[in-house]
Design a protein around this ligand. Structure first.
Ligand SMILES: Cc1cc2nc3c(=O)[nH]c(=O)nc-3n(C[C@H](O)[C@H](O)[C@H](O)COP(=O)(O)OP(=O)(O)OC[C@H]3O[C@@H](n4cnc5c(N)ncnc54)[C@H](O)[C@@H]3O)c2cc1C
Length: 385
């Protein structure tokens, strides 16, 4: 009997899982279907680049998988019935499975602030980045742009905008201090870059309101802003929690080390859709750095079990955090496997070059399903692009 494996989502994690499955399983006894809402693979780690006008390489999924037996379905998943083992698509098709891989990713977290007006944008996904791109392009010189949130995405966004639009007045609003996850060398370099780019850094400033002309802190202080880029983290696809499988509080599927759902073992979850423990017991962070090795792991779990073996599990840890600071600068922060910074850091142009290579490597891993790497002895990854 043919075994039906259904993968939902063709981001980094889903594409890598599907490619590995296609390479490792025989098409005469396995049927692999990959569903994605849009026809191309989106390099989500480059959304801040897209927002400032960069043209990204077109990567059609149909071409990526054309030398594999994978059936690629371009449609939006609207519901997952884990009891009937069926997935509903917007186009009306119902897909059945024996094993399901959830790789639906995440989107930008909605702003935790009172919003009036229509000036809040994000770089959290392609639609948002394109909206920001046209708004930025329409802003005349001298206008003010506030980036709220100074995690890695906020830092990449604010420096990218400042570099490509030196005629705008940029401010960065951080709830705490900037660069706290970096070594002191990395932090010093970051401060130097934001200073060089003329970005006004406002630390310890929680933004609680946006009114179309300004952002407002908890104590009512306003700061003029014609456009606001909100980077308050990511939220997983709501379809994961709606499916009824066990999830963590924030809606990511709770999985064991082999990436099987704790409540529904025929469901695996990878990437931003999954909540799995990493080194030291902390959850793996939503990142392509963990999404790619999770894709490998989920595929190996399925392959092993279909071959009647128990699934090998490898610890997924981190090697570096790679931060772009515009196109010509950056910080490569070596980290311990639990993602805490080591004392050294690579900075400047060499770091920018390295980050670019890492992003290309991540897209390559997703885009070459027939050429992937074997499951490494220890699946480590940096904050890969
Ligand atoms: C600006 C920016 C910079 C980043 N930089 C880094 C970085 O340097 N390093 C790093 O490690 N991480 C970075 N990240 C985070 C990283 O991009 C994500 O963690 C990663 O993309 C998650 O991979 P994924 O495969 O789980 O999900 P995604 O890449 O989000 O892919 C999910 C896929 O599911 C599809 N999908 C969603 N809903 C549906 C539906 N209903 N029906 C059908 N298909 C659907 C989507 O179209 C998409 O193809 C960055 C993110 C952003 C926004």
């Amino acid at each position: 009997m043919t075994h039906r494996i259904l993968v939902l989502g063709a981001g980094y994690a889903g594409a890598v899982a599907t490619g590995t499955l296609a390479r490792r399983l025989r098409p005469d006894d396995t049927e692999i279907t990959l569903v994605n809402a849009v026809p191309d693979f989106v390099e989500r780690v480059r959304m801040h680049e897209l927002a400032v006008g960069r043209i990204l390489r077109h990567r059609p999924l149909a071409r990526m998988f054309d030398r594999t037996p994978v059936r690629v379905v371009i449609d939006r998943v609207t519901g997952i019935d884990v009891t009937a083992k069926q997935v509903a698509l917007a186009g009306g098709e119902l897909l059945s499975y024996e094993e399901l891989v959830l790789a639906l990713g995440s989107g930008p977290a909605p702003p935790a602030a009172e919003i009036t007006g229509d000036t809040v944008r994000s770089v959290g996904n392609r639609d948002e980045a394109l909206r920001l791109r046209s708004d930025l392009a329409a802003l005349p010189p001298g206008r003010r742009v506030s980036v709220v949130g100074a995690g890695l995405t906020g830092l990449e966004a604010v420096t990218e905008i400042a570099e490509s639009r030196p005629d705008l007045a940029l401010s960065l609003h951080a709830g705490g201090r900037i660069g706290t996850g970096l070594s002191s060398r990395g932090r010093r370099h970051l401060h130097g870059v934001v200073g060089r780019l003329g970005i006004e850094v406002r630390e310890g400033e929680r933004i609680e309101g946006v009114d179309g002309e300004s952002v407002r802190t908890a104590d009512g202080a306003g700061h003029a802003a014609d456009l606001v880029v909100w980077t308050g983290g990511f939220v997983p696809s709501p379809l994961v929690a709606a499916s009824g499988i066990e999830t963590h509080a924030e809606g990511r599927a709770l999985v064991d080390r082999s990436l099987r759902s704790r409540s529904h073992p025929e469901v695996l979850a990878v990437g931003d859709a999954a909540w799995a423990r990493g080194p030291g017991g902390a959850p793996l962070r939503m990142s392509c750095a963990s999404g790619i090795p999770m894709g490998w792991q989920a595929a190996e779990t399925l392959v092993a079990e279909l071959h009647g073996r128990s699934a090998p599990t490898v610890p997924i840890g981190y090697v570096t955090q790679c931060l772009s600071l515009g196109r010509r600068d950056g910080v490569i922060q070596p980290v311990h496997p639990d993602d805490t910074a080591r004392r050294v850091a690579l900075t400047g142009r060499t770091a920018a070059f390295t980050k670019e290579r890492v992003c290309r490597g991540a897209a390559w891993s997703a885009g070459h399903p027939t050429l992937g790497l074997p499951l490494p002895a220890r699946a480590v990854a940096g904050r890969a692009g």
